[in-house]
Design a protein around this ligand. Structure first.
Ligand code: WTA
Length: 637
């Protein structure tokens, strides 16, 4: 029996869902009207599967909706309470933010950045990161933010693929008290690049940098720029940003989002899910380098004129109480974080959060990976003191915003720990079998989305064909997110993790193919396959199986170190495997497909009999002998 929590803290608006069910496209048009448009649209939805265009003919600007619209009523209101890892802090009002964005937009213009140009942003979590994004949006440049933990190779791939004209970075970023020299990573990434005309450097850590002819300082540009830059009137479908994410293919995919549809989705869901009020202090712990930080740090709160906290550093630095200190200091009312962070906080023990005043909290959220019911209950009791609803929000980089979540801003429903509950209004989600038929309640199947939604990606940058094959080819006219799910008898959705070769390590998306190609770039490696196994804190950790070339006599310890450094340089430290096994060969089907689920079973120390569905199309005896062989070679490790 699943325990339910009915704390009755939410609104009671029964009309919103009814209107959405009656006509989803007019429903979204109604939501879009809550934003400020320069020109109305002619067509709400132009649906040419699998390409959706929302609010066609409408003119809008994201930066205008995040800043200009608040100047009459909220110019002195704090937009960002920024907390540096080193204890410094800044309090930025809406007016100040507006001025900085206009100045920086003018600086970009002075460097020749035009509507449609791409700008790569590789910054730590400082206010200049959302300021850069909004400055791009203001003049119609498409921003592409790269998480500052990514390596030079990953950054180079993304700059190259997007053909960015400008890279915005910092001298360094603080991480656990030490400085990560971001500017040198950029230098390495663009050593052989000819699209980048200028690199703009924010001085955050005052680390000495090597100055190249194309380098400019953020402070110099700001000092010489005027603070008047009217927002461009952009088409609703104008590309707002590209955000690279990992998939099942070797190279990361550039997920392209438009403007009007994306803003409508983010504005609506931010209001519905967080039930935002003018007096709230919102705090989302996600880095802006990931989609959560785009939608619910950079855009969502600002579209609503909300006050938010942005924290620069690691959640447990310099001590395990850092998060609770921040919550207490800023009297945070809404806290949005990840299951991985919660599992870590839970491990530190209740005494730590119990010694802080967290009474300002009224709503808690989680995102990015399945949350175990026991962690949900800990969050509910120890952090929320049984008075805050918990919203478990399911969505993806591609969906732009939440698609499944409790919505206290609209309705009060009983919560079930571990379930994202219901789809948001206007979105049609189902769980189907391999053939696309709805499965019975409480049966595991694949999640699909049957109607377009406004936050939906426009396409994959420069690759419409891949967009179609990755998301729209498994089922006809259905979007396939790549997740397993169950729908229960109450219509509640339970998200069960990835059904494809994508791993979720500490909530970060890592493609197995990308990781494997980085491992085989080591000159002694012939072949490699990776899989994820469950982990008590990170949700999932990476296990790598490596076949060496003939005649390699180096010690396994040395090889392990070299392979780890290959991965850190190729993908980034977040992709470091927990364990590397050297094996004589990889288990494959007759058609040459690696039996990944078998690897997973071996790495998790399960018995072959426990692996009920291998789903690799291999015969049982084939799997058994591959299993035995692999087990033998692992035992030698
Ligand atoms: C997983 C993060 C269970 C899912 C916003 C999805 C979740 C992938 C949840 C997208 C959740 C996200 N419960 N699983 N509440 N939220 N996921 O693109 O597998 O980094 O497909 O976007 O995260 O990851 P992405």
């Amino acid at each position: 029996m699943v325990e339910t929590f009915n704390i009755g803290l939410g609104n009671n608006d029964t009309q919103t869902r009814k209107r959405a069910e009656f006509d989803f496209s007019s429903f979204w048009a109604e939501q879009a009207k809550k934003l400020d448009w320069f020109d109305d649209w002619d067509v709400t939805l132009d649906w040419n599967p699998p390409f959706a265009k929302w609010f066609v003919g409408g003119k809008i600007n994201a930066s205008y909706n995040a800043l200009d619209v608040h100047q009459k009523t909220k110019s002195k209101k704090t937009a960002i309470f920024w907390e540096g890892e080193d204890g410094t802090s800044r309090n930025i009002a809406y007016e100040e933010m507006w001025i900085m964005v206009q100045k920086f937009a003018n600086a970009l213009k002075s460097l020749g950045v035009k509507k449609g140009d791409r700008v790569t942003i590789y910054l730590p979590m400082v206010p200049e990161l959302p300021i850069s994004m909004l400055a791009c949006a203001r003049i119609g440049a498409t921003h592409t933010v790269v998480f500052s933990g990514f390596s030079a190779t990953s950054l180079a791939d993304r700059i190259e693929d997007s053909k960015s004209k400008i890279v915005i970075t910092a001298d360094g970023g603080f991480r656990r008290g030490s400085v990560v020299e971001l500017k040198s990573v950029v230098d390495e990434a663009i050593a052989n690049n000819d699209s980048v005309q200028n690199v703009i450097i924010l001085e955050r850590t005052k680390t000495p940098i090597k100055k190249n002819p194309r380098d400019l300082l953020w402070s110099d540009l700001m000092n010489s720029s005027s603070d008047d830059c009217p927002a461009e009137k952009l088409d609703s479908t104008h590309p707002l940003f590209i955000l690279y994410t990992s998939g099942t293919t070797g190279k990361p995919k550039g997920v392209l989002h438009g403007t009007g549809g994306y803003l409508t989705h983010v504005h609506s869901t931010f209001g519905w899910a967080f039930d935002i009020k003018d007096s709230d202090v919102f705090f989302c712990t996600a880095d802006i380098g990931w989609v959560t930080g785009h939608s619910y740090v950079a855009y969502g709160p600002l579209l609503h004129g909300a006050t938010q906290v942005i924290y620069e550093g690691a959640p447990d630095y310099p001590s395990p109480s850092r998060m609770w200190e921040i919550l207490q200091k800023y009297k945070v009312t809404i806290f949005y974080t990840t299951p991985t962070a919660l599992r870590m906080f839970m491990k530190f023990g209740d005494d730590i959060p119990n010694s802080f005043d967290l009474s300002s909290l009224r709503l808690l959220g989680t995102v990015g990976e399945p949350i175990n019911p026991e962690v949900w209950k800990w969050y509910y009791k120890t952090i929320g003191k049984e008075k805050c609803p918990i919203i478990d929000t399911w969505w993806q980089t591609e969906t732009g915003g939440m698609l499944i979540s409790p919505l206290p801003g609209i309705e009060t429903i009983p919560l079930k720990p571990g379930s994202g509950t219901l789809p948001i209004p206007g979105v049609d989600i189902a769980v189907v079998d391999e053939e696309g038929n709805d499965v019975k309640p409480n049966t595991k199947g694949y999640l699909v989305i049957r109607k377009p939604w406004p936050g939906m990606l426009l396409t994959l940058w420069g690759d419409d064909t891949k967009y179609q094959t990755v998301y729209w080819s498994k089922y006809k006219n259905c979007y396939y997110p790549g997740d397993y799910a169950i729908k229960d008898e109450d219509g509640y959705f339970w998200l069960l993790g990835r059904a494809d070769d994508v791993l979720k390590v500490a909530g970060h998306r890592i493609g197995t193919a990308e990781l494997e190609s980085s491992i085989v770039s080591h000159h002694d490696v012939a072949e490699s396959a990776v899989c994820g196994i469950p982990d008590a804190i990170k949700g999932e950790v990476i296990i790598a199986f490596v076949v060496l070339k003939e005649g390699i006599s180096k010690s396994e310890d040395i090889l392990r170190k070299e392979i780890v450094s290959e991965i850190r340089n190729g993908v980034g430290p977040i992709a470091t495997p927990e364990q590397i096994y050297f094996v004589s060969k990889l288990p494959k089907t007759r058609s040459g497909k690696i039996m990944r689920r078998l690897l997973k079973a071996i790495a998790s120390k399960e018995k072959i009999g426990d692996v009920s569905t291998l789903e690799d199309g291999a015969a049982v005896n084939e799997v058994q002998s591959a299993f035995d062989e692999l087990q033998k070679s692992i035992n030698k490790n």
